[in-house]
Design a protein around this ligand. Sequence first.
Ligand code: 4GW
Ligand code: MN
Length: 364
Amino acid sequence: MKKIKMLSRGKTILTCITLFATVSLAVLMYFNRDWTLLWMYHDKSQEITILETQKEFWLPKWFSSRSQDAIVDKKPNTLQLDGWFHASARLDVSTSTYWSAPIVWDGTFKKSVLEDYYSKQKVTVGLTVFAIGKYLDKYLKTFLSSANNFFMVGHKVIFYVLVDDLSKMPWIELGPLRTFKVFQVNKESRWQDISMMRMKTIGDLIQSHIKYEVDFLFCMDVDQVFQGDYGLETLDESVAQLQAWFYKADKEDFTYERRPESTAYIPLMQGDYYYHGAVFGGTPLRVFNLTRECYEGIRRDKERNIEAVWHDESHLNKYYLRNKPTKLLSPEYCWDYKIGKSADIKNVKLSWMPKEYDVVRNNS
Ligand code: 4GW
Ligand code: MN
């Protein structure tokens, strides 16, 4: 009888311990949501969190008093960047979002203030670009030579070029402070996958190289050409590009994914802006989070046999709806001359190349 009593008491204690452990784990995971998500996406992703931000893994104080000082800052930054942006310098366009992120238009920024700040706070900026199949022959040379002339002139730049055929890499003489790193990637058989798989590849590349090498990163389409200075005013934690054809459109006309079955779904009356998939950027950590979340959405859609209407761009729009960008770039930073003359557009820094679908889209 005594034995039975002890056994059942043992069981109760065991149940209590299990319950306590489960609840504690749940509480820890809740307070460390960012870490938990990153950990689910990738095994080593915590490294990047520690390096790039001062995000700390939360532990109750009584559990460890040392947990608070175990963080390494990549570049301690004591300088303050003030007075670079003048929202009221352009009254003809909107220069701020409702969550107070600047929308950078020509005339709204003070180049001298930025140059002064970044001469003390030196930065290296990365730029990824994919050129697969016909896009390599047709667009890469123009993109890279124009980037060499106009992208972050006077500052250290690393071009990360991803191609399917290394032997076709064009010869380009780069200016001072710039270099490139070329990577071979497999060519996906469907063009939609060429575009979408960029999200996975960029995330992997941030893990393996980029996080050690740059302070800010941009990711761009190759079918574009730089036309004017694309400079320090574009740098921020999370940077999104307004799509040139939609910057004045009503939100119900945005071409978001409207089917609830897709992870990129945005209901009709929701949304802030229509962002362009051809340009996005930020710190390596922020871009990493973006690419992982978009890729996760793409993967889950594939499992459900659905593909978002504008592929990676639809997922990007969903991501930015949930994670507001800290800076927006006006359509001058990615203009399509096919739109025609517009008084808003004072100074084009990057423009779309003609599509010529008959040449590039017969992509065998
Ligand atoms: C249809 O036949 C294709 S091929 C659609 C995209 C293709 C493609 C895209 C490609 O064959 N090779 C390639 O390198 N890409 C990369 O994906 C390239 O960087 C390109 O700029 C990016 C997005 O494709 P896109 O510029 O054609 O997309 P949109 O029309 O949104 O600008
Ligand atoms: Mn494009």
